[in-house]
Design a protein around this ligand. Structure first.
Ligand code: ADP
Length: 485
């Protein structure tokens, strides 16, 4: 069994129980230093079709395996992930750029998600309906079949593992398709799961630098029964359009444009700490990151001063360096979007009260796309940042006068993933929870993602939920049986 989390080979394809490479490989780059830290196999349609054939075969037996045994694999993998948290966090930090403490948090969250999936798999019960004139009925929950899990680079461990755990717990089989920026942490985690003794074909992995072409081959294959996608709204909607003649289940977790509201009665110190965390974690590259901050006029100045202190205390650097609290953006394209949003806002009258520029840390090794933690005031709805997801460490601050106005503005977006509320009075808290059109609400809580809570969005942020009791449903089909006695 491999003891090193950093895959030392480019054998990143797991097909039908065997790890192997492909004819071509692609480089994996540390986004802080721009050093090549590994290579991954560049699979194409041929490998994808091999995988779906193996998945189809494996499903025939895995679907009838004991739920208790399936849970055992997941629990064993969770134990292994916790044992190896140091090396996994180090790899995740190097590959994605996030600070080590955040990387460790994500690795441990992955283990908790596997524990949750193990428990949920044993409760995927159907039901018996009362007898009609002819007899009773059964509602069976059956595994959906071969699943494709398309994962993002921003949470390349936890987003992938959540899909794998719930699918395997449900009795489905699954092909992991990590993002091209982060195949190494995915490989380390898939190896851990595979080494619990999963039968060949139950869990597979395809790494590729050509996702459209490689995934395209699977979309055209009717044996693929389900897609679970996390990524941009553009690609997610493209997958829906590409359904073609093979209708299949698809869960989507896509972009966000999360508002946070600081009401007049909020605990301002706690709110400033929470807002800074929910904005600047992962350098703002979270689909649940705050993208718009609404502050009541009465507390605006006091709150802003507290917030600026938090932003000023952030240390930009390489994720693995001690003391770093904000790492690089994933690449130059990500940085270009952030710069465009800031320049557009400033050209229309906004002011960067802190930050606002590309950041060049005083270290020749730090060549990546770093951006200063930034707070903008004087923003209005005409600016790009007010309607588009920035995916970077920039926080625009808006002022409001009435609670109704704040909720209305928060809802004025095509997205509906996460919203954050800071308030004290119960009636105000309830009004916000009830009024906000978002799938996830952080109520005085900057980190609203928990295994036991369903995760997912409304509107153009997605469909279906991952995690919670709803999570396993995404990997189950419903079969009704009418019995005539
Ligand atoms: P981002 O723009 O943040 O990189 P993407 O939506 O492009 O987000 O990527 C999320 C995931 O979707 C990645 O695993 C990526 O490889 C995959 N992906 C990108 N384009 C396609 C496509 N045309 N078909 C299927 N998967 C894709």
């Amino acid at each position: 069994m491999s003891q090193t989390a950093v895959p030392t080979t480019d054998a990143t394809l797991l097909i039908d129980g065997t790890w192997r490479s492909a004819g071509n490989v692609f480089d994996v780059v540390d986004p802080a230093t721009l050093e090549v830290i590994g290579q991954a196999a560049d699979a194409g349609p041929e490998e994808a079709l091999e995988a779906i054939a193996a998945a189809d075969r494996a499903f025939r037996t895995w679907r009838t395996s004991a739920a208790e045994d399936r849970a055992g694999h997941l629990r064993a993998a969770a134990v292994r992930i916790r044992e190896r948290q140091d090396e996994l966090a180090d790899l995740l930090s190097r590959e994605n750029g996030k600070p080590l403490a955040e990387a460790r948090g994500e690795v441990l969250a992955s283990a908790r998600m596997l524990d949750w999936a193990a428990e949920e798999g044993r409760r995927a019960n159907g039901r018996v309906t009362p007898p009609s004139a002819n007899g009773p009925g059964l509602v069976l929950k059956v595994p959906v079949g071969p699943v494709l899990a398309i994962a993002p680079w921003n949470f390349p461990a936890s987003m992938l593992v959540r899909k794998l755990g719930l699918a395997l717990a449900a009795g489905a089989v699954i092909i992991a398709k990590p993002a091209e920026q982060t195949p190494l942490i995915a490989t380390a985690l898939v190896r851990i799961l595979q080494e619990t003794g999963l039968p060949a074909g139950v869990l597979q992995q395809i790494t590729t630098s050509r996702p459209a072409e490689t995934v395209g081959a699977l979309l055209a294959d009717r044996r693929l029964r389900k897609i679970s996608f996390t990524g941009s709204t553009e690609v997610g909607l493209g997958l829906v359009r590409a359904t073609g003649t093979h209708l299949r289940r698809i869960s989507l977790e896509m972009g966000g444009h999360s508002p946070a509201i600081v009401f007049a009665d909020a605990d301002l110190e706690a709110a400033a700490t929470g807002v800074a965390a929910a904005k600047f974690a992962n350098a703002g590259q979270s689909c649940t990151a705050i993208n718009r901050l609404y502050v009541h006029r009465d507390v605006h100045d006091e709150f802003l001063a507290l917030l600026l202190d938090k932003a000023a205390a952030l240390t930009v650097g390489r994720g693995t360096a001690p003391g770093t609290t904000i790492g690089p953006l994933i690449d130059e394209a990500g940085l270009a979007k952030v710069e465009a949003h800031v320049q557009d806002a400033v050209s229309r009258g906004a002011k960067a009260v802190v930050g606002g520029h590309r950041c060049t840390p005083d270290d020749p090794l730090l060549q990546g796309a770093f951006f200063e933690p930034t707070v903008l005031t004087g923003v209005d709805d005409s600016m790009l940042i007010s309607s588009e997801e920035t995916f970077g460490p920039v926080l625009p601050v808006y002022v409001f006068d009435t609670d109704d106005e704040a909720i209305e503005q928060a809802n004025s977006t095509e997205y509906g993933l996460a919203a954050y509320v800071y308030a004290a009075a119960l009636s105000r808290v309830w009004q916000a929870i009830d009024g906000l059109d978002f799938g996830i609400i952080g109520m005085n809580e900057p980190a609203p993602v928990r295994p036991e809570l369903p995760f997912g969005g409304m509107k153009n942020s997605g469909q279906d939920r991952e995690g919670g009791s709803e999570g396993i449903e995404a990997y189950l089909e419903t079969k009704s049986v009418a019995i005539r006695l």
